[in-house]
Design a protein around this ligand. Structure first.
Ligand SMILES: [Mg+2]
Length: 258
């Protein structure tokens, strides 16, 4: 029977932090230039940026009067705030021109041509082609700002594999149930992703099986397999890399029961 795979995007099909890192490195170089080589250690600047970025999730974006959450402007605005803070601490003179340039640097984290150049996680294309050749149904469910996620989807040509793509605010049990209801004819349904809390927990709660490919990029996240119920353990497979899906495909239905 045909299976249904509900794939995650960030850090499952593509490495999400790469373009942010490139932009951050450019930010540090720019700071060193405009502060005439006198600046705190880059590691300390990075720590400050991480703190501002986390704080910003719950702050109001003056441009929209809504919470930043995980919206696109959070990152460039975070870099500008970092620059402002360095100036307030006596490292340099604040200038609107510099601030605007720093915002532009931040926007490079969402550069479609960089996504295109970067491509997908090694082996991801092979896995999607393999599942397609088996006649399985593929759905992409990704969390984030549609302005950003759509650029990634376009650059990576994901419509070639995914006739159905959902960009959601949050991956909830209800979102998984919605996909499952629309695909009643399918055999086993698998949520495939790198985050236990975003991809696996809500998938299991909705009654799906799950393929967990851990990649803890955002914040340390751990799972205690002992805390899973017997039924959940039966529905969960943990693999090291995406290409392992091809290796375990034949025994997938035998090892997981929904
Ligand atoms: Mg992810």
């Amino acid at each position: 029977m045909r299976k249904l795979f509900i794939f995650d995007l960030d850090d499952t099909l593509m490495w999400n932090e790469y373009t942010y890192s490139l932009a951050f490195i450019e930010f540090c170089r720019y700071i060193l230039k405009i502060f005439h080589r006198r600046a705190p250690f880059a590691g300390d600047i990075a720590q400050m940026i991480v703190e501002i970025s986390h704080r910003k999730i719950k702050e109001i974006d003056p441009a929209t009067s809504q919470l930043y959450g995980f919206s696109m402007h959070r990152f460039p605005d975070t870099l500008v705030d970092g620059y402002k803070m360095l100036c307030e601490n006596g490292w340099g003179e604040y200038g609107n021109e510099y601030a605007r340039h720093i915002h532009d640097i931040g926007m490079k984290a969402f550069d479609q041509s960089l996504y295109l150049k970067q491509g997908m996680v090694p082996g991801a294309k092979e896995v999607l082609n393999f599942l397609k050749s088996k006649g399985d149904n593929l759905v992409l469910m990704t969390k984030g700002d549609p302005r950003v996620q759509n650029k990634k989807i376009k650059a990576l040509g994901l419509l070639n594999w995914f006739p159905e793509i959902l960009i959601v605010d949050n991956k909830t049990k209800e979102n998984f149930k919605l996909v499952m209801r629309r695909r009643q004819a399918a055999g086993s349904i698998y949520s495939v992703g790198n985050s236990f809390s975003s991809d696996i927990r809500p998938g299991l709660d909705a009654g799906c099986c799950a393929i967990f490919i851990p990649c803890f990029t955002w914040r340390a996240e751990s799972i205690d397999v002992g805390r899973l119920t017997q039924s959940e353990k039966k529905r969960l497979v943990i693999v090291k890399k995406i290409t392992d899906i091809i290796e375990i495909y034949e025994i997938l239905s035998l090892t997981t029961r929904s």
